[in-house]
Structures are given as structure tokens and as C-alpha cells.
Design a protein around this ligand. Structure first.
Ligand code: MN
Length: 424
């Protein structure tokens, strides 16, 4: 995936601060609204967005032959569905228009108010219509921690774990874009030592630090995607918080897995960072031993070095970093997840979301959930305001951030943030 837009030497005529998630080498895709625009496709550069519908209307994107109504639709699905020849071409064209030595848009200052807007002046929308959402369980450190806590430290991983990427079908309707809030879920729980369940607000509300990938190319029922071809079907990645009510989960999950403990809300970051922008940060993953079945084998470096962090923002706006992990710790890669998901002929559609599962690293500061960070509530975390957290309190916000960094190039995702309100 050699892309001119990835050249670390490129510079833009738009000011980009060195710690920005959105240098000219990123060019992610999103959907925004403001008081004049109900939904236009956009990209991000520095602290600004670039309106792709207006670029198109003013003939900057003519060579790509994208229908106008794909850029002011209420999702990016149709645009993404045109395929990587078009979307990579669009990313390259946007890179060209934003380079310091290109004057097409730079000198067309009359149009700047329509096309270039401050991110702080617009509202980001859920970028895709998500038909189906799948959540995996692919971090070996996370699965080992949970197995150790709830079952048996000597046999923390169940017998299937190293042979297939365990997953379940989640709920797409309650996936929200960063910036939302939701009420603490209510449900059935079984108090410790009791035999009869009670109904009430969850007491053990948790985050799960995850990433998600968005399907960019559909398949028909009966078709399978190989690990080798998987990247053709993966449009890009987002940060993802798979909120979980641990007390509801513990009581309900046997034998069919997560249900109401997970489907009340999930949060995703608004910018889809393309697989192509992430390609310079590919790296090796854990050695898979025992060897996996042929349909799950792959060649090359398929993990990605993405620094991930979780911040609990308390009511007084203190930001407490509680976890620093990395996507490279994934045992199962996206390519393997997709090969497994489709090996039985299950069809996938443009806009589908596949989440990684909680991404923990080997160190206790790298655990991707409060369940692990507080070790089931036995080791509370101290906040800057002196309070303690075993799980997430009402009025807390959880912020996830992620970025790749190599030499002087930093490619980031923007915030994935949501606030917990008291139960209704
Ligand atoms: Mn999850």
C-alpha cells in the first residue's frame, strides 16, 4: 500500500500543531453538521474540517466521479461503498489540495468560509449507518486476566481461545458518536451470597478500551474473505468504548453470552482513519502457539502500533489517566477476525462494525477495563480530587484517545468520549 499521501515530508498550508491527531498524512473521513449544514462528508486537518460536499460542488473533485448525493447523505456508506480505488483516490486528492505548494484551494479564499471550518464550530455525527455490530475477545492479556479472576488462574484461557477469535453479535442501534451521554443502565443482578436476583441500577458500570473496524466492501452470503484479501474489505478504524455493566453481565451471560450488560450504549470516535493511513505503523504481534488452522494463518506484519489511553474525567473536569495500552497487544488480528467471521459464509455489509474486544497489555497500567485495573474492585484507583474508583461513577466522563507515532509523524483518532448520567 504505497501511498503518496503517507509521505512524512508533506506539509500543509493549513496550520497543524505537532501534537495534532490530524496532520496532512492522516486524512480521515467523517460526517458533520452545523447551523447551515445538516450532514456533509468531511475530513480533518489540524483543528479544522474540510467540507467534501462543497469541494465537490466547486469542482475540486471532478476526476473522481463521485455522485454529489454521496457527499451530503446522512452516512458515508455510499461513498465508502464505491471502493478503495475511489476512496484512496479521494484521500490522495485531498492530500494534494492541502499541500503547501498547491494553490487551487489555498488561493481561492472566497470559498474558504464554506469549505474550511473549525472543528470546535461543528458537530460530528455518527459517520456510518452500522447494520451489524460484532464484538470480539481478542486480547490475550485481557482474556487471561478475566479467566484468572472468574475461573482458574492455571486454566485462565478456555480450550478454544487460541484456536479461534471468540466473538458475539452485539447491538448496532445503541452505538453513539463521541460526545453523547447516557443514563446508568438498570437490570437484574444477583447480590453476592444471595439466591434470588434483585432489580435496580447497575453498581458496576465499566468501560472497555477497544478499537473497531468499518467494513468497506460487502460480500454475498456463501462467500468467505481470506486473511490475504481481508484488507480490501476493511475501510478504516475508530476508537470504541464497549460500555459494560459487570453485575448485570455476571448474572445473565450463561450460557449465551453478553446481552443487556452491553447493549445499552457503546461509544465510537467520529473519524474513520483509513487502513492506508495506518499502514506505516504495522508491526508484529504475539507469536501464535499452537499454530492456527490454515484459514486463520497469515503472512506479514498485521498488528498495528497504536498507543491507546483511557481518561476518567471527574465532575470537576480533572482528567485522570487510568490506562495506557496499545493495539499491538492484540493476539488475533483484524484480518483473522474477518476471515473467521466469514468462513461459514456469513455475509458482511458496508458500514458493519467489528470491535476488537478489550485491549489490555501485560502490565497492570495497561489493563483496558476497570474490572482489571481495580482487580474486581479490590484495588481502587485514586483520582486527583481524592475520591476513589472501583468502577465508573455517575457524572464521570470516560475519554479514550489513540495515536500512532513513528519518527516525527503522528496519526491520531480524536476523542472517544461519553458521560454517565444517574439512572432514571
Ligand atoms: Mn467488548
Amino acid at each position: 500500500m504505497n501511498s503518496k499521501a503517507n509521505d512524512p515530508k508533506l506539509k500543509s498550508w493549513i496550520d497543524v500543531k505537532s501534537e495534532s491527531d490530524f496532520p496532512i498524512q492522516n486524512i480521515p473521513f467523517g460526517l458533520y453538521s452545523d447551523n447551515k449544514v445538516s450532514h456533509h462528508a468531511c475530513t480533518a486537518i489540524g483543528e479544522f474540517i474540510i467540507d467534501l460536499y462543497e469541494l465537490q460542488r466547486h469542482d475540486f473533485l471532478d476526476a473522481l466521479a463521485i455522485p454529489d448525493n454521496f457527499l451530503n447523505a446522512d452516512s458515508l456508506n455510499d461513498l465508502i461503498g464505491m471502493g478503495k480505488i475511489t476512496t484512496n483516490g479521494l484521500r490522495e486528492r485531498l492530500s494534494e489540495l492541502l499541500q503547501h505548494n498547491n494553490f487551487e484551494l489555498q488561493d481561492n479564499t472566497d470559498l474558504h468560509f464554506l469549505i474550511i471550518k473549525k472543528q470546535s464550530d461543528v458537530k460530528m455525527l455518527l459517520p456510518v449507518h452500522i447494520g451489524d455490530y460484532t464484538d470480539f475477545y481478542s486480547s490475550i492479556d485481557h482474556a487471561t486476566n478475566v479467566g484468572t479472576m472468574f475461573r482458574d488462574p492455571a486454566n485462565a484461557l478456555l480450550p478454544n481461545w487460541k484456536h479461534l477469535p471468540v466473538g458475539y453479535h452485539g447491538r448496532a442501534s445503541s452505538i453513539c458518536v463521541s460526545g453523547h451521554s447516557f443514563h446508568r443502565p438498570k437490570g437484574q443482578t444477583l447480590p453476592a451470597g444471595d439466591t434470588q436476583p434483585v432489580f435496580g441500577a447497575s453498581k458496576l458500570l465499566d468501560f472497555e478500551l477497544e478499537t473497531g473496524f468499518i467494513i468497506g466492501k460487502s460480500t454475498k452470503m456463501g462467500e468467505s474473505v481470506t486473511t490475504e484479501k481481508a484488507d480490501d474489505h476493511i475501510f478504516g478504524m475508530v476508537l470504541f468504548n464497549d460500555w459494560s455493566a459487570r453485575d448485570i453481565q455476571t448474572w445473565e451471560y450463561v450460557p449465551l453470552g453478553p446481552f443487556l450488560a452491553k447493549n445499552f450504549a457503546s461509544t465510537m470516535s467520529p473519524w474513520i482513519v483509513t487502513l492506508e493511513a495506518l499502514s506505516p505503523f504495522r508491526t508484529k504481534g504475539y507469536v501464535q502457539e499452537p499454530k492456527v488452522l490454515p484459514y486463520l494463518q497469515y503472512s506479514g506484519e498485521k498488528n498495528i502500533d497504536i498507543n491507546l489511553e483511557v481518561i476518567i474525567k471527574t465532575e470537576n473536569n480533572d482528567e485522570n489517566t487510568v490506562c495506557q495500552s496499545n493495539y499491538k497487544y492484540m493476539y488475533w488480528t483484524m484480518e483473522q477476525q474477518l476471515a473467521h467471521h466469514t468462513v461459514n459464509g456469513c455475509n458482511i455489509n458496508v458500514g458493519d462494525m467489528m470491535a476488537s474486544g478489550t485491549i489490555s497489555g501485560p502490565l497492570p497500567t495497561e489493563y483496558g477495563s476497570m474490572l482489571e485495573l481495580s482487580w474486581r474492585g479490590t484495588k481502587p484507583l485514586k483520582m486527583k480530587d481524592g475520591t476513589e474508583r472501583k468502577f465508573i461513577n455517575d457524572k464521570d466522563s470516560v475519554i479514550m484517545r489513540g495515536y500512532c507515532k513513528k519518527d516525527n509523524l503522528r496519526i491520531g483518532f480524536g476523542n472517544c468520549e461519553a458521560k454517565v448520567l444517574p439512572a432514571t
